[in-house]
Design a protein around this ligand. Structure first.
Ligand SMILES: [Zn+2]
Length: 287
């Protein structure tokens, strides 16, 4: 709730009044929410930690990614029913994002058109675009916009700072969260050993002036679970839209064993950690 409050103009307060938008209920063990901004009931028992953001977004009226009218370009959906049908009245204010907290896990009935995204679905973490969607749908804004860099935008909850794409920080999104590696035309290696319990770790690679980067993962050792990336994962943000979550590589399958080309300066690499120690080697060069 704090993640949403601190980055949007949506405010939450406790009330006993009738007609409250979110009514917290403890009817059963399920994590669920009614959809919509009027009388939304939200059921979040203690085992819902991973789904709280998802359920709160529902109560603010936000639909599943698979309900978007553009979803057939991104997903194979072999099921029908409430949670699997397109909602023709859904308003699209951000790009389709496999990593959205409004996306289910991939399975035989719901899986990505681009196989790269198999493990990216179902992360259940609020993404930059999840928050962006709330701000757009509720027309959140500031009296004056800051000159945010790296595709950040002025934070409607705190108009003297920017909301930054993952990997960037500081008032205007000009700061990085770790050292930056310079590249050359020779291959270089980043070798990482990340401790158990590390939530996020970042690396940054700078291309030589006027050049792009070639990047691949030489080896990775993560908790060997294919369907759940909670045991550690890496994301190379090589796509042109630096706001969006790129495919996530985890478990025993190295998604990035072949070279990806990035024009981003810097290119951000995100490690999401969890329940075990992880190691990985990333190779890169300017071309
Ligand atoms: Zn849902």
């Amino acid at each position: 709730m704090e993640e949403i409050r601190s980055q949007t103009c949506v405010k939450f307060r406790n009330t006993n009044k009738k007609g409250a938008r979110i009514i917290q209920e403890k009817e059963d063990d399920g994590c669920w929410s009614n959809l919509g901004a009027s009388n939304g009931a939200l059921n979040i028992p203690n085992n819902c930690e991973n789904s709280i953001g998802h359920e709160i977004l529902h109560s603010l009226g936000i639909l599943h990614e698979q309900a978007r009218t553009d979803r057939d370009a991104y997903l194979h959906v072999n099921k029908t029913g409430n949670n699997f049908n397109i909602n023709p009245s859904s308003s699209i204010v951000s790009p389709f994002e496999y990593a959205s907290s409004m996306m289910y896990y991939s399975d035989k009935d719901l899986y990505p058109v681009v196989g790269d995204y198999n493990n990216t679905m179902g992360l259940r973490q609020l993404t930059f675009y999840d928050i962006y969607m709330v701000n757009k749908l509720y027309s959140c804004s500031c009296p004056k916009n800051l000159e945010c860099k790296n595709r950040g935008y002025t934070n409607p909850s705190s108009c003297d700072t920017c909301i930054c794409p993952d990997g960037f920080t500081g008032k205007l999104c000009t700061e990085l969260k770790n050292d930056i590696y310079s590249s050359s035309i020779e291959w270089k290696t980043i070798s990482r050993k990340v401790k158990n319990g590390t939530l996020h770790e970042y690396d940054y690679i700078k291309p030589m002036a006027g050049k792009s980067l070639e990047i691949y993962v030489e080896s990775q050792s993560f908790y060997p679970d294919y369907n759940w990336c909670g045991g550690g994962s890496i994301e190379i943000k090589y796509m042109a839209d630096i706001r969006i979550t790129n495919p996530i590589s985890c478990g025993g399958f190295n998604l990035y064993k072949n070279i990806r080309t990035s024009f981003n300066d810097p290119t951000v690499i995100v490690y999401r950690g969890g329940i075990s120690e992880a190691t990985y080697n990333i190779r890169f060069r300017s071309v």
